[in-house]
Ligand binder design. Structure first.
Ligand SMILES: NC(=O)c1ccc[n+]([C@@H]2O[C@H](COP(=O)([O-])OP(=O)(O)OC[C@H]3O[C@@H](n4cnc5c(N)ncnc54)[C@H](OP(=O)(O)O)[C@@H]3O)[C@@H](O)[C@H]2O)c1
Length: 377
């Protein structure tokens, strides 16, 4: 039987083999010659961590996949807010200059190493950015193998990944769809399904129209919930309404947006909050919660406020507040299956080519986007 710890060991060994092979330029120990061995490919690296301008386009040599590994030709990658922070050295420990960015992506398996039976060349696959979190509860150790952060990510033409972490993409979803559903989708799914226990008739509040928020809107509607969403832009709110949003409030024009949300629920309040902005909006979010509401605190877009949030209504309303750190491979697989079964395609705001990767970062930084930003490779 495979235990959690020996699965981890296998994945850790596969990862270190991949890292060692890329760093040293030596073969990974695969015994078969491959058309990919020594093939030159291009990838972006984070460089001097000075931000978008620091990203370096480099040429590297491909290696044969080692035991337990798959070599994947990347077709699409997706950006998340944290990718900006990683490129600026502001997310956890600063990463080495050769680190390949982006935690979300999808591609086609082109070669597998010895012992790999779950996937084969030709398979369309994706992976959770926490490669070692296959199932079960959160454990901080998962940050040791975090794609685009502590492990090389998807902004590359070729990527080597542990086969155990891969998920086959359903036919109804494109490579771009699968990439878009990664971290943001898993996180929205965790808040709504695992923490929120969303059910038809619930009202869900989600803040802003970024990647997590728009996916939360789509997942909530898939479950028959009503959705309240805020934005700084009336145009973006119009798009949210097209995707089914029931209550839309411009938080720039209506600074008392929480009152507006509560009023739009006939005073009852919302059942679930997808708190993307973080502690800065927590008091407002709490103030429009119905009794027994569930809040998933997952973002930090609003930074650290001067005043601590007012938590009085937390116990007066019997409200659950839960911190969220993305989710597991199992949750990602469940999300892909649900999207396939319900014909859901994630909202993709804009796509860029591989050579336009820096522009894609700048577009994310400008916050002009709605939903996900994709880089086609
Ligand atoms: N914990 C996790 O596992 C996890 C996973 C993914 C993301 N996150 C975090 O979740 C947050 C959202 O990520 P994302 O990728 O969805 O970001 P994003 O796509 O960059 O979303 C940016 C949007 O958020 C909205 N926004 C920004 N400040 C706001 C404010 N003060 N009030 C209301 N809305 C505001 C704006 O929407 P409008 O333009 O419509 O106003 C903005 O366009 C980030 O902090 C990210 O680090 C956490």
């Amino acid at each position: 039987m495979t235990t959690k710890s020996n699965r981890r060991d296998t994945i850790a060994a596969a990862l270190s083999l991949a890292a060692a092979s890329i760093a040293s330029g030596t073969a990974t120990g695969g015994t078969h010659s491959s058309e990919w061995q020594g093939k030159t490919y291009r990838r972006f690296e984070v460089g001097d961590l000075s931000g978008t301008g620091g990203l370096q386009l480099q040429q590297r040599s491909a290696q044969e996949p080692g035991p337990g590994q798959a070599l994947i030709a990347v077709r699409a990658a997706a950006l998340n807010y944290r990718d900006l922070m990683i490129a600026q050295g502001r997310y956890g420990q600063p990463q080495p200059p050769t680190r390949v960015p982006l935690g979300d992506g999808a591609g086609e398996v082109v070669a597998v190493g010895p012992g790999v039976t779950d996937v084969a060349p030709g398979d369309r696959v994706t992976a959770p950015h926490f490669l070692e979190w296959l199932d079960g509860d959160y454990d901080p150790a998962i940050f040791g193998a975090d794609l685009g952060n502590t492990a090389d990510g998807w902004l590359t033409e070729l990527i080597t990944l542990p086969a155990q972490s891969l998920i086959t993409i359903p036919d109804s979803l494109s490579f771009a769809d699968a990439a878009a559903l990664g971290a943001a989708g898993i996180t929205a799914w965790t808040v709504l399904q695992n923490v929120g226990q969303v059910k038809a008739g619930d009202t869900v509040l989600t803040l802003g129209t970024g990647g997590v928020s728009m996916l939360a809107l789509q997942i909530a509607k898939m479950n028959g919930a009503k959705v309240a969403i805020t934005s700084s832009s009336d145009d973006k709110l119009a798009v949210a309404r097209e995707l089914g949003a029931d209550i839309t409030v411009n938080y720039r024009k209506t600074p008392e947006w929480a009152d507006a949300v509560r009023a739009a629920t006939d005073g009852r309040g919302v059942d679930i909050v997808v708190e993307t902005v973080g502690v800065a909006t927590l008091s407002d979010s709490l103030s429009c919660c119905a009794p027994n509401a569930r809040i998933g605190l997952l973002g930090s877009l609003g930074g650290q406020p001067d005043e601590p949030p007012n938590l009085m209504s937390l116990f007066l309303g019997n409200i659950t507040l839960k911190g969220i750190t993305s989710g597991s491979r199992r949750m990602f697989a469940d999300l892909l299956r649900a999207c396939d079964a319900n014909g859901i395609q994630p909202k993709i705001g804009r796509s860029f080519s591989f050579d336009e990767a820096r522009q894609a970062y700048e577009y994310l930084a400008s916050a002009r986007h709605i939903g996900k930003i994709i880089i086609n490779i």
